[in-house]
Design a protein around this ligand. Structure first.
Ligand code: ARG
Length: 449
């Protein structure tokens, strides 16, 4: 009996050739599995293509809702941005696909799963580490890496010789992966890190130049860290109610229109390479900004500071394919606990490539106007500051007394920095000492004392 393999099948040239190659050359019985995470694949066409290429069965699944709820929301609550920028769209999609591969393999009695990643990227790691965590006995084959070894020309020739039903489109100048959380674009001329990405690399977002001159203001509601509502101003009809998928879709559309969410970075891949990556992630960028603004309002300073280190750890873990690990579960438990008060509203202005926070409110807000105000009604105890500073400064003063004052490079001694020290307001009328503009970071107040 031939062994069965469940192959993650996109419907593109690589994986269509792989279905036939696995069948013909490796003697597998192939079960194709295609997952929609929001890139709007033509599922029925893909299903038929898989079968025509030789798959014995073809699963097509719409996993957008679990993707948003079980993968994107936890990453958002954690504040997970790899290298402080990348919202991890591709990295979050892979473990979900891996989970479905494993479940389909169990259902089909397959001993193998397969995927179309190459041997150079992070995705192979993510698929295979996830599979190992969920079903350690399963074997994994990645045809493009493990033996198929065809150039694009050879794949096209193989497809036509085997009458595989692919549409041979002109080769895309880039390698693209997309889902609801973002669109990843790499390779081709983007490998020249100095080159400005050509406009044709972008599909979801307008350029700043083409974005509308008029801004749009939106309001996002969160409940315990999860986005629940989107209202747009001034026209409420533009709001996207109806679940997380609809909310993310609508934010992608609106943010994209205003040119929000383009990212151009040099990324530290897990396999050790630095690579130039372009992303379009309007919804993720807006939601992270809004969620951060809400946390500023409701988290105490110590939690906020510590959570930032958890965010970096969480992002690294997701990026490196360690989604199904006890480490992530434990970080999730911490993050979840921090979200108790992350309920409220954030107003954002979208304009010419920016998503600017312009207001926020929460029933759990720790911002007290009566403590913060410089106007009347101030309840802050100014005299308490005297003792406070005394104690904060105590170890510093002690150290200066015992071990010597803090080392500095003198500023006043060096006459070059002072253009003129006036004779004082009474005599010549030259009231203010004027600093030479060549000293950045030193304000005149430092010299006046
Ligand atoms: N560099 C990104 C990541 O590792 C995106 C990978 C995109 N994959 C692709 N086949 N283009 O998450």
């Amino acid at each position: 009996m031939p062994e069965k393999i469940v192959l993650a099948y996109s419907g593109g040239l690589d994986t269509t050739v792989a279905v036939r190659w696995l069948t013909q050359t490796r003697g597998f019985e192939v079960i194709a599995l295609t997952v929609d995470l929001g890139s709007q694949p033509k599922l029925e066409v893909i299903r038929e293509r898989a079968l025509a290429a030789g798959a014995v069965r073809a699963y097509v699944l719409d996993a957008r809702t679990p993707f948003v709820e079980r993968f994107c929301w936890p990453a958002l609550k954690a504040g997970a941005l790899y290298q402080s920028q990348y919202p991890l769209a591709t990295a979050l999609g892979r473990p979900l696909i891996a989970q479905l591969l494993v479940e389909a393999a169990a259902r089909e009695g397959a001993t193998w799963v397969g995927h179309g990643s190459t041997g150079k990227g992070n995705d192979q790691v993510r698929f295979e580490v996830a599979v190992a965590a969920l079903s350690p006995q399963l074997k994994v084959l990645a045809p493009l890496r493990d033996g198929m070894a065809m150039t694009r020309e050879q794949e096209v020739a193989y497809a036509s010789a085997n009458k595989l039903p692919i549409e041979v489109k002109p080769e895309s100048p880039y390698s693209v992966d997309e889902n609801l959380w973002g669109r990843s674009i790499e390779a081709g001329i983007l490998e020249d890190a100095l080159l400005k990405p050509p406009e044709d690399a972008f599909v979801w977002t307008s350029s700043v130049d083409n974005a509308p001159a008029n801004s749009a203001e939106i309001e996002l509601s969160f409940e315990q860290g999860i986005p629940t509502r989107l209202n747009t101003y001034p026209s409420p009809s533009g709001g996207g109610q109806g679940g997380g998928v609809a909310l993310v879709d609508e934010l992608n559309r609106l943010g994209g229109l205003h040119g929000v969410g383009r990212i151009d970075m040099i990324e530290d891949r897990f396999v050790g390479i630095k690579s130039r990556e372009i992303y379009e992630a309007p919804a993720a960028v807006i939601l992270h900004a809004a969620h951060r603004a809400l946390e500023e309002l409701v988290l105490d300073a110590e939690t906020a500071r510590f959570k930032a280190s958890v965010a970096a750890e969480y992002a690294r873990l997701v990026y490196q394919g360690k989604w199904f690990t006890s480490h992530r579960r434990d970080l999730d438990a911490y993050v979840e606990s921090t979200q108790r008060a992350a309920t409220g509203r954030v107003r954002i202005k979208l304009h010419k490539g920016t998503a600017q926070v312009i207001g926020r409110s929460s029933p759990y807000s720790l911002y007290r106007p009566q403590l913060a105000t410089y106007s009347s009604g101030d309840q802050f105890d100014h005299q308490a500051a005297v003792g406070f500073i005394k104690l904060v400064g105590l170890p510093v003063r002690t150290q200066a007394q015992v071990q010597g004052a803090a080392a500095t490079e003198p500023l006043l001694e060096d006459d070059r920095h002072v253009v003129e020290v006036g004779p004082g307001p009474l005599e010549g009328g030259l009231a203010e000492p004027v600093l030479a503009p060549t000293v950045p970071g030193v304000v005149d107040a430092d010299l006046r004392r």
